[in-house]
Ligand binder design. Structure first.
Ligand code: 5GP
Length: 128
């Protein structure tokens, strides 16, 4: 992908340069625990290819990569207690969503009642 920063944190995790606590891995995706969890269970799932956004991913990844990525999201969300209690999947894209790491990823959050869907930046929304 043109414009992809191969020094971003998730690229470095995928190359093994930064350690992570792996939840699930397949040929096309890696799932690991977020370093700054926003819920008792907070998992990130990233494709192994170099994609900044879901648009890059769905337009340029192979069907096998797309299938493998979403299969990994489903497998990662089997971790206890998400299956029993429920969970939320979120993906931040671009500046309005406060995407911090420019490598496409989804967050899987759970382990407690999660409140309103947009509560992470409620102060931002309330002031607009
Ligand atoms: P974004 O705001 O881009 O959707 O989310 C990026 C996420 O990556 C944040 O939740 C942040 O805590 C997480 N993160 C940033 N650096 C690291 C790291 O080095 N290791 C892990 N496991 N997570 C990270």
């Amino acid at each position: 992908m043109s414009g992809y920063d191969d020094q971003n944190t998730f690229a470095r995790i995928l190359r093994g340069e930064i350690p992570c606590d792996i939840v699930y891995e397949n040929e096309h995706a890696l799932a690991f625990f977020d370093i700054n969890p926003q819920a008792p269970v907070h998992i990130l799932v990233v494709p192994k290819g170099s994609y900044i956004s879901i648009q890059d991913f769905t337009q340029t990844a192979s069907a096998a990569e797309v299938e493998g990525f979403w299969a990994a999201v489903g497998e990662a969300a089997r971790v206890d207690p998400l299956i029993d209690r429920g969970f939320r999947i979120v993906s931040n894209s671009g500046s309005d969503a406060h995407q911090e790491v420019p490598h496409f990823h989804v967050h899987i959050l759970g382990g407690r009642p999660l409140g309103p869907i947009l509560n992470k930046y409620r102060d931002v929304f309330d002031s607009n």
